[in-house]
Design a protein around this ligand. Structure first.
Ligand code: MIG
Length: 650
């Protein structure tokens, strides 16, 4: 059952596809909104909602976020951010996924909440008070202090017999997930950046020479001419078209990045057309709002304006025509290095410190000034969209920008190449975007804790409809180590997006860059992915088509099992298997909870070396580096493809 309460006049997000009838009377402040079966009641507060939690309640959800599968004990904020520090104390990453499920100890005691609003929302999940869940909209400050006028949102309350059914019902509400092409389940190699077509050819050759399976190679910002979207660097990628064709023959898909900012440069067609037609976001005076991103001064296409969105999407044709069939959209929170106005202000203010004796106060003021330039909240309040015919200040619809940028591409693909399934994923997102594309999990780092975060984020994202997803394997920032790379690959072989990506300036982490023993282990593990690929792709498409989760916490599959409910580092994947990845350095095994009798398959690289029956309960399993254990449910079978594939057969 889904109930919908509409408060105020919500700005539409287009997250939802079902038209649920609104409840007529919206409860006043401090009154009850709903009483759930066997659970606490939800009450209206001045700026949101409040409910009690019992000790045994678990809170699932919130998609892309830090911390565990059970979200209890922290405060999260929906505020799409270009946030390269995925530390435990972060409140927001790149996406806003305002869906949670509160699950009691009895399987039937559960309910889901979806807060549909494009503005900021805070989820205090037992942070201020352990037994209280508080949801607040954060008013755009500088606006009215009268919070009640800010409560403009749709609240959906979803109740079904089990958590899995509640999730399924929610997913029905927000519509079917995007289905990526099968080749996008192959291994992808990325780097910021491969600098020339020669380098691209060389990286591919090294994979092929070493029999490291590979299906895609990523082009980061340096393939462009001066970081201008939909251009190709005429010197370093002079033979681009030929390169794409040659790679096709090698069964390699090249996947270029597209950035949200468009360079300000007369004579650059994307810029000129956008200016002529008024397609860029405007400042309060109606002038194009200038921000700084890669190419320096940029403008932002108004992705929320239908006409501008269709226009921007058409530009992908430049690359489609060259044979490209996959893209990743970046910097679409949108990330702002600076705004022209703020930069000037900061330079002026910094000047005042020049002759000062920087003491304890002024030193921090001074250093904060420089640090305040990027992604400054004031800047997000300084430009406007033309959304559904209305002028709307950006901060009020902030969390929709990445969604609508990616939608612009995806809608264009349907017009331009209706018979093709193009790979598309984005960094920033909002629920609803899952119908158009997947996401990658952003700029993680070569931390063991980020491998665990990757594991824990998978089910939360699946709940919210994001099924095509994965993290930068090995870690994006900082120098990885061979053992971290091996362990991360050992989990990454299960994630739909399986991509090794790393930042400029970090240690090279293509598999062949490591010592030969490590390389052989990595290569063997990647080969195992190709043996699992049919199982995984079937599980994935089934989950997409049936509004289900491909990755599930044990507590969802075994809701009456107290131990299973508390497992934070094992996942069920598809109908047949469970994984229990190693995510600590120098571990040679780990404790595993077996929730029902299972068969353990042990692989050394791609080779099956052991089959063991395990009975329900806690056990310790040896998992040396290079070995992968997969746990198969008693009544299920894991069908393996033959070993030896080096790319996905289409
Ligand atoms: O802030 O294009 O998340 O994957 O390599 C850096 C350069 C901008 C951020 C993306 C990352 C990409 C990088 N980009």
């Amino acid at each position: 059952m889904i109930r919908r309460f509409t408060f105020g006049n919500p700005i539409p997000t287009e997250a939802v596809v079902l038209n649920i009838e609104k409840r007529k009377a919206v409860p006043p402040i401090d009154e009850s909104i709903a009483v759930m079966d066997g659970m606490a009641e939800i009450k209206r507060t001045v700026n949101g909602f409040i409910m009690k939690m019992r000790d045994e309640d678990i809170v699932y959800g919130l998609g892309e976020n830090v911390r565990g599968i059970n979200k209890r004990g922290w405060v999260y904020e929906s505020n799409n951010s270009d946030e390269p520090k995925h530390e435990e104390t972060r409140k927001s990453l790149y996406g806003s996924h305002n869906f949670i499920v509160i699950a009691g100890e009895k399987p039937s005691e559960n309910y889901g909440l979806f807060i549909d609003t494009p503005g900021k929302v805070r989820f205090d999940i037992g942070y201020s008070k352990y037994d209280e869940l508080k949801i607040e909209v954060i008013p755009a400050d500088g606006d009215s202090e009268d919070y009640t006028s800010e409560l403009n949102l749709d609240l959906y309350i979803i109740e079904e017999d089990t958590v899995l059914k509640t999730v399924k019902s929610f997913r029905g509400l927000v519509g079917k997930s995007y289905i990526a092409p099968k080749w996008a389940f192959g291994y992808g190699q990325s780097r910021w950046s491969y600098m020339s077509s020669d380098e691209v050819r060389e990286v591919v050759k090294k994979h092929r020479d070493n029999h490291i399976p590979l299906d895609s190679l990523y082009l980061d910002i340096d393939y462009m001419d001066d970081f201008m979207d939909f251009t190709i660097n005429p010197d370093t990628f002079a033979d681009f078209k030929e390169l794409v064709e040659d790679m096709k023959k090698e069964h390699i898909h090249l996947v270029p990045i597209i950035d949200a900012g468009v360079k300000v440069k007369e004579g650059y067609k994307v810029y000129d057309e956008g200016v002529q037609n008024g397609y860029f976001c405007k400042d309060e005076n109606g002038e194009d709002f200038i921000v700084g991103v890669w190419p320096g001064k940029c403008v932002l296409p108004d992705m929320l304006n239908d006409e501008a969105r269709a226009w921007f999407g058409n530009w992908y044709k430049v690359l489609l025509d060259l044979g490209i069939d996959g893209f990743w959209n970046d910097m679409n929170e949108p990330a702002l290095f600076y705004s022209e106005k703020r930069l000037k202000k900061v330079f002026d203010e910094i000047g005042e410190y020049k002759n000062k004796n920087l003491d304890v106060n002024t030193f921090f003021e001074f250093s904060e000034l420089a640090g305040s330039i990027a992604n400054n909240p004031e800047d997000y309040k300084s430009f406007y969209h033309n959304y559904k015919g209305q002028k709307i200040r950006h901060d009020k619809v902030h969390n929709l920008f990445g969604y609508y940028m990616t939608r612009s591409a995806s809608e264009a693909f349907k017009r331009l190449v209706p018979d093709k399934n193009i790979l598309m994923y984005s960094r920033s997102s909002y629920i609803g975007m899952h119908r158009y594309a997947g996401i990658w999990q952003g700029d993680n780092r070569a931390f063991w804790s980020h491998l665990l975060m990757n594991i824990q984020m998978m089910p939360s994202l699946n709940m919210c409809g994001f099924l095509y997803t994965g993290a930068d394997l090995g870690g994006f920032g900082d120098d990885t180590t061979s053992d971290l790379m091996i362990r991360w690959l050992s989990f990454g072989i299960f994630t739909p997006l399986m991509r090794n990506h790393s930042a400029r300036g970090t240690r090279r982490q293509e598999v062949y860059q490591f010592d030969s023993k490590s390389m052989d282990m990595m290569s063997g593990i990647i080969s195992l992915r190709y043996r699992l690929i049919h199982y995984l792709y079937d599980a994935y498409t089934k989950a997409c088509e049936q509004d289900e989760m491909m990755f599930r916490p044990l507590g969802m599959d075994y809701p009456s099992d107290k131990d299973a409910r508390r497992v934070e580092d094992q996942l069920m994947i598809g109908d047949a298997i469970m994984v229990a990845p190693v995510y600590t350095q120098n571990a040679t095994g780990r404790s595993v909870y077996i929730p029902e009798n299972m068969t353990m398959l042990r692989f050394k690289g791609a080779e099956l070396v052991e089959k063991t029956s395990l009975t329900k309960g806690h056990t310790f399993i040896d998992m040396p580096l290079g070995e992968v254990c997969i746990f198969v449910r008693e009544d299920k079978e894991l069908k393996l493809a033959d070993a030896g594939a080096e790319y996905v057969e289409e």
